[in-house]
Design a protein around this ligand. Structure first.
Ligand code: ZN
Length: 404
């Protein structure tokens, strides 16, 4: 897609604000040096951010003989952001200040067997009310970012397909906007995690990064040229449904041999049952979280079955990641989401070795593979950055749709 001058202005605005979030206060000269933007561009962008109340002038610093330099700082009180992580089993809602620090959080369980959107909408509304109730008078909410699993039509505010609940074209944003007065932004966890890494994690300041989501579902969020790559219909990153094994395991997407069926939590547990049917680890029942936790503990204890299962999983994951290395030549691959967090360093080590067996030498040499450094729920954080990006994008577009 052609980048318009407005896209470039918006992306420059993100860059400057990201810099403030990382290092505040800063002088315009420091910002220009850190972002590579011209002094004139930085001065204009800082002016816009001051006008929006997102940053404030906080004084001067001596510049060693020359004119004193004005210092500008992030105005953490300048607005609040809400991030919502709708998952299959819970709804997390977090309230952030402008430094993207968590100020309040709420967690609601989704009733097992719940299917209808009404129940999920009610949980989101209750969560948003709960966290915003803690805001002092006069503090404004700049927006609410909502992440829902599956395919999402961002512009239309639709959950196009959520496999776990069998939702098709659910008008989620309309249902929420009837009950919430804030600007709302909808996307999926894959894109939210990638935004979180771009703003705060291992993709910050990197040009090309892949954020691999390893959970129940699997995907690869792409940050290309320093920006989230959504694709033409917001579906980019569905790497979990690329074919890894011809005529392999059946997948809920209708395909066979998808990456997800081998390296998602249910796929890992299936490998364990197939390879070691007699192991106690194979009999952990339907609770995926408990099963992966038990596997991680057994790996730490040196249990040979657990170590072999981890190695088996890493072989598949490594081959699939090597395809991304060869295809995209990224600077960094970030392993994110709960399965990666729980299996941690042992998985990382095994995956690095497996990728090295499959990837071409030149792109491999340029690619770092790391675990996500984000300590909190990256989906809430990423969803909140969608609200922040919305506030920054609409600076000069008064006709942008506003929801009451
Ligand atoms: Zn699939």
């Amino acid at each position: 897609m052609k980048r318009t001058s407005r896209d470039i202005r918006t992306s420059n605005r993100y860059q400057v604000l990201r810099q403030f979030i990382a290092h505040s206060p800063a002088s315009r000269q420091e910002l220009a040096a850190a972002t590579g933007l011209s002094s004139a561009t930085v001065a204009t962008l800082v002016g816009e951010l001051v006008e929006l109340g997102l940053v404030t002038e906080v004084g001067f610093v001596d510049s060693g003989g020359g004119r004193p330099r004005g210092l500008v700082a992030l105005n953490t009180e300048g607005g609040a952001l809400v991030g919502v992580d709708i998952a299959e089993t819970y709804v997390h809602v977090e309230l952030f200040d402008l430094g993207l620090n968590v100020v309040a959080r709420s967690e609601e369980r989704v009733r097992p067997g719940a299917r209808g959107p009404e129940e999920v909408v009610a949980l989101v509304v209750a969560g948003v009310h709960a966290v915003t109730a803690e805001l002092a008078d006069g503090h404004r909410v700049l927006g609410v970012g909502v992440s829902v699993p599956g395919q999402v039509d961002r512009e239309g505010g639709l959950s196009v397909y959520a496999p776990n609940w069998d939702w098709h074209d659910v008008p989620l944003l309309d249902a929420l906007s009837g009950q919430l007065a804030h600007p709302l932004y909808l996307d999926n966890p894959l894109h939210a995690c990638t935004a979180a890494e771009l703003w705060f994690g291992a993709a910050r300041g990197r040009s090309d990064a892949v954020v691999v989501n390893l959970g129940t579902g699997v995907g690869a969020g792409l940050a290309l040229g320093g920006a989230l790559h959504r694709g033409v219909s917001n579906s980019a990153g569905e790497w979990g449904h690329t074919t890894l094994v011809l005529d392999g395991r059946r997948c809920h997407c209708g395909g066979r041999g998808c990456v997800e069926t081998y390296v998602g939590a249910p796929g890992i547990m299936r490998s364990l049952r197939e390879l070691h049917p007699d192991s106690a680890l194979s009999r952990s029942g339907d609770d995926q979280t408990a099963a992966i936790d038990a596997l991680a503990r057994a790996v730490a204890d040196g249990d040979p079955v657990a170590v072999a299962t981890l190695g088996h999983t890493a072989r598949y994951l490594g081959a699939a990641l090597a395809n991304l290395v060869n295809l995209l030549n990224p600077e960094v691959i970030i392993l994110s989401s709960w399965v990666a967090a729980r299996l941690g360093e042992p998985l990382l080590d095994a995956v690095r070795e497996a990728v090295a067996r499959h990837a071409l030498r030149r792109p491999l040499a340029a690619t770092e593979i790391v675990l996500s450094p984000i300590p909190t729920d990256p989906v809430c954080l990423g969803a909140a950055t969608f609200a922040l990006e919305g506030a920054l994008t609409h600076v000069r577009t008064p006709l942008a749709r506003s929801r009451r």
